[in-house]
Design a protein around this ligand. Structure first.
Ligand code: GAL
Length: 694
């Protein structure tokens, strides 16, 4: 295959080299105020409906829509033949109405014509089965035919609309990896080998990193190296982890190739919608977020999650951590009600649309957007909720959408302000999560997000603000750093974490953190090798528990899922095991390190124990809540140059009183200090402009 102007390189080569260092950009202002809107798919509707759409958008205060996300096939109607009529019309209509456009490169859904002509574009699963067309993201990032067609279309789109005044943002693709996270085809195998050459240099270095002497799997030639294919067996963990990293880079390379094409024709900011949540993500977003002008997230609450507001807070805190410097980000998608991809898709309860949306804004989003504007009558997502549901403007959802629009308008001045600095951080690292969840591990069903969310929950319930940061973050600003189940840790990261107690801070490390290095090799000498010196304790043996099994603790609670035989050196036991063969042994330890403290949690603890320890940590590190609020009331503050804004979200079904003062921007009423506690209505939200800033 020869170099191609739309390809940007030889097929399968230099994935890593195609990823330049991110260029820092000043914060962007997409629209005047907080962004409000959603995915708009006018191509699904007759033209006369569009006029009503735009009228209702204006009525609701919509100022930004994501347009054309899946509109490749409806524009490029035959190979190289493009009919822009409807898109011209839609962009013009929105522009005349003063509604900004986040214009999508529609590469998430290649036309069926292209897939029929080139079935080899579709990704191959680990078992060799080629995913048939029909869904979305039916393409392999190493496939040059896909890339050529995709970039050719992106170029035509950017040429046509790059300078259009309605285009406020470029929305590249859609949820990269959400359907094509890993491809195991031969082209991917080739690209992977090139990626390995770039990462490790020589085949010898690969053999050493992966420890291929085991099972006699030493590679003598590059083409013996294959992706971790097959459904059975146990691929080498080093190979597995590098394949995950390669796959993330391969998708990032596609994003960056599209972005580069767009930027040749447009100065508008470029982003893509991430899917940041609590678990290990499909790609390593720490390497993606710096390549966006404003990082954007899609967040959907899970219907069966009893603490969905905490899941939301976790995702938002993680977005802030990924972006760094507390810069605002954007909630690109959420739902007004039922999704359609969960097992049982229930509507949201009254008040949740506003509370959830403002929950994201409180934690740094400069807007609230949804999938989608108008509910689709047909197609796979016909039962997905929308801003304008099937029942139209007489629905409760529409009333709440309009209410949200008014609130966002009232909060206009919040745009660009930053969430106040957090003094606590939790480290979330996707490669460590991939490592934890894969292969022959002492416990095969541990999920990476579990401990992350649990420790976050304990701080969230105390209204202690906490950033969820990637391993690449600077930890210097934090008084407390929590490292949950970060199985594989690169030594430079471990060194920066060990520095936390050494400079007087508090570090808490949970079980299965720092056990392996970045190549997934166990660090010998007692677990967790990366941290045992600073912890003043080490683990001799793992004791994962069977389902239903529990080991009693001397704090009155019991550990489940995971326990360990811990040996104390300089640390003291804070909690000990009182049953099983571990009885009398330490479960939670604390070590003085200069003026700092390093804690080790060797077990999966019940919430009551986590809460107690979180209390001790907050006390030691001197962490204050954002506001003194009753249980179930969430308090977060954004800070601007003149004022600060205290968001109070009442997740309970009774009115709650909070000691706070300021002007409530949502109702326009003043609540001066000295006027007694402020009432936050059941299920409601207050946003106080505080003058002066506390
Ligand atoms: C998102 C996706 C949207 C829509 C939505 C439904 O993951 O980006 O296009 O499918 O889910 O919840």
């Amino acid at each position: 295959m020869t170099a191609d102007p739309w390809y940007g390189g030889e097929p399968g080569t230099a994935v890593r080299a195609s990823i330049p260092a991110p260029v820092p950009r000043p914060p962007v202002r997409l629209v005047d105020g907080l962004a409000f809107g959603g995915d708009y798919n006018p191509e699904q509707w007759p033209r006369e409906v569009w006029d009503e759409d735009v009228r209702l958008m204006r009525e609701a205060g919509v100022n930004l829509v994501s347009l054309g996300v899946f509109a490749w096939g409806t524009v490029e109607t035959a190979d190289g033949v493009r009919d822009w009529t409807w898109l011209d019309d839609a962009i013009g209509l929105l522009h005349r109405a003063g509604i900004g456009v986040g214009l999508a490169t529609p590469t998430a859904a290649p036309p069926s014509r292209l897939l029929a002509a080139h079935p080899e574009i579709a990704p191959v699963l680990a078992d060799g089965f080629r995913e048939p067309a029909g869904g979305r993201l039916a393409w392999c990032p190493a496939n040059p035919v896909f890339r050529r067609h995709a970039l050719r279309h992106v170029e035509a789109l950017a040429e046509r609309y790059g300078r259009h005044p309605a285009v406020r943002l470029w929305h590249i693709g859609n949820e990269f990896g959400g359907g094509n996270a890993r491809c195991y085809c031969d082209l991917s195998a080739e690209a992977f080998r090139d990626w390995l050459r770039e990462r490790h240099g020589t085949l010898d270095a690969v053999n050493t990193a992966w420890g291929t002497a085991q099972w006699g799997h030493r590679f003598g030639a590059w083409d013996e190296v294959l992706p971790p294919r097959g459904r059975h067996g146990a691929p080498n963990p080093g190979l597995f982890l590098d394949y995950e990293r390669y796959s993330s880079d391969a998708l990032l390379s596609q994003y960056l190739a599209e972005k580069a094409v767009v930027e040749r024709h447009s100065d508008a900011p470029v982003t893509t919608n991430l899917m940041v949540g609590a678990g290990a993500q499909v790609v390593d977003y720490a390497t993606w977020a710096p390549h966006t002008a404003i990082a954007a997230n899609d967040h959907y609450t899970l219907v069966d999650d009893p603490r969905r507001e905490q899941d939301l807070a976790f995702a938002a805190d993680r977005m802030r951590g990924l972006v760094g410097d507390r810069r605002p980000w954007l909630l690109m998608e959420s739902s007004t009600g039922s999704p359609s991809w969960q097992p049982r898709n229930r509507a949201k309860d009254p008040g949740e649309i506003v509370r959830h949306s403002l929950g994201h804004v409180a934690r740094g989003s400069d807007g609230a957007m949804f999938f989608q504007w108008r509910a689709s009558r047909a197609g796979a997502e016909q039962f997905h909720s929308a801003m304008l549901p099937h029942s139209g403007t007489r629905s409760r959802v529409w009333r709440e959408v309009r209410e949200l629009g008014r609130h966002l308008q009232a909060l206009k001045e919040v745009q660009g302000t930053r969430v106040e600095p957090a003094r606590a951080a939790i480290v979330a690292d996707d490669p460590a999560g991939w490592a934890l969840q894969h292969g022959l591990k002492p416990h095969r069903s541990l999920r990476y997000g579990r401990e992350l969310r649990e420790w976050h929950r304990a701080l969230w319930e105390r209204n202690v603000l906490c950033d969820v940061v990637p391993a690449s973050a600077a930890f210097d600003a934090y008084d407390l750093v929590i490292v949950p189940t970060m199985l594989a840790v690169a030594e430079p990261v471990a060194a920066r974490l060990r520095a936390v107690p050494e400079r007087g801070g508090t570090l808490l490390v949970t079980y299965l953190s720092g056990v392996c290095d970045e190549d997934h090799q166990v660090i010998p000498g007692g677990f967790p090798g990366a941290f045992r010196d600073v912890l003043g304790a080490w683990t001799d043996e793992f004791y994962p528990l069977q389902a239903g099994e529990a080991v009693a603790l001397d704090d009155g609670a019991a550990a489940t899922e995971w326990t360990e035989r811990v040996v104390l050196e300089t640390a003291e036991a804070v909690v000990s095991y009182t049953s099983s063969s571990l009885a009398g042994g330490p479960a939670v330890t604390r070590n003085r390190v200069g003026d700092g403290t390093a804690w080790y949690v060797s077990a999966h603890l019940p919430s009551a124990s986590v809460d107690r320890i979180a209390g001790l940590l907050a006390e030691t590190a001197g962490l204050e809540p954002t506001a003194t609020a009753p249980p179930g009331v969430e308090a977060v503050r954004r800070v601007g140059p003149e004022h600060s804004y205290l968001f109070l979200l009442n997740h309970t079904d009774t009115d709650q009183a909070v000691d706070a003062a300021g002007r409530d921007l949502l109702t326009g009423t003043d609540h001066p200090s000295g006027a007694g506690p402020l009432t936050v209505p059941a299920g409601g939200v207050r946003v106080l402009r505080e003058t002066p800033r506390p």
